[in-house]
Design a protein around this ligand. Structure first.
Ligand code: ZN
Length: 288
């Protein structure tokens, strides 16, 4: 399927390339059309000589509600031109093979590819940043959040040990990661800042301006210096076990998907966006 550009907006504003997820009616839930359009936008920004810094944002009320697990545009049965790795097309494959090939490509593979974009990328986060939304924020170098932003990875509710790009213990520390995952609750931007997961919290009305100011300052630095510095920190993070840890957890993630499919009706333990929301609300009521 060809890549559509309406689900992601790519712009150039001086030395800054704002990349905006654009499914506001669904909280920017990521379907594969969006993933491939993001990949196009990042590739374009990486290749453009006049672009020094990339900003990733979400249109509408939220940064990202996560992976698309229930909008009319959910496209898990659609083939795209694969590019994150050499895994074969998942469409038409049986059982775990289908899920593993697909998630290697559109989730883990894409996120890793984007993390390596040799220019600084700033996540401009407001509203929800849930589950798959965390993956997008985490592959960015800096996360600047509005004070109304909130973060959660509730997929343990599905019996799954966190989202596919399992960076939790590295972006917030192992014990904090356990609390974050075991409880599956929303945490505020302020709390995410305390955990070291985000770089700065700003008043929501100032979010875009603060990010632009920061991006403009960064863009004055030498291009190669920025690229090498980014790589230096990423390599240090890898030396702390990020890549190898993530690979090992991807196996557990797929064990959980397969278990769900084996004992129930689907790999998400029968959950969709609505049931996840209902269970969260019920738990919030119960804990009051
Ligand atoms: Zn998965």
């Amino acid at each position: 399927m060809p890549v559509s550009d309406d689900v992601v907006r790519y712009e150039v504003d001086g030395a800054i390339a704002p990349v905006t997820m654009n499914r506001p009616e669904y909280g920017n839930a990521q379907n594969s059309a969006m993933t491939y359009a993001l990949d196009d936008a990042f590739y374009r920004a990486a290749a453009a000589d006049d672009v020094a810094v990339v900003v990733l944002a979400g249109a509408g009320q939220h940064f990202s509600a996560g992976h698309d697990i229930g909008t009319p545009g959910r496209d898990i049965g659609t083939s795209f031109d694969r590019r994150a790795g050499l895994w074969w097309d998942h469409v038409g494959k049986p059982g775990a093979q289908r899920r593993f090939a697909r998630e290697q490509e559109v989730y883990l593979g894409m996120c890793r590819r984007w993390r390596e974009l040799p220019k600084p990328v700033i996540a401009q986060v407001h509203g929800a940043c849930i589950a798959g939304g965390l993956m997008l924020a985490w592959v960015c170098d800096l996360i600047v959040a509005a004070d109304d932003a909130y973060f959660a990875d509730p997929v343990v509710r599905m019996g799954i040990p966190g989202v596919e790009y399992f960076a939790h213990p590295w972006v917030m520390g192992p014990r904090q990661a356990k609390e974050f995952l075991f409880l599956g609750e929303r945490i505020s931007a302020e709390r995410a800042y305390e955990l070291g997961m985000i770089y700065r919290v700003v008043p929501s009305g100032r979010l875009a301006d603060e990010v632009t100011e920061m991006a403009t300052k960064i863009s004055a630095m030498p291009r190669l210096g920025l690229a090498l510095t980014k790589k230096a920190v990423n390599q240090a993070e890898d030396a702390m076990g990020l890549q190898v840890g993530m690979d090992s957890v991807f196996g557990l993630h797929h064990l959980a998907h397969a278990h769900n499919a084996e004992v129930g009706s689907d790999s998400l333990a029968g959950h969709d966006a609505r049931s996840m929301r209902d269970e969260r609300r019920r738990d919030e009521q119960a804990s009051k």
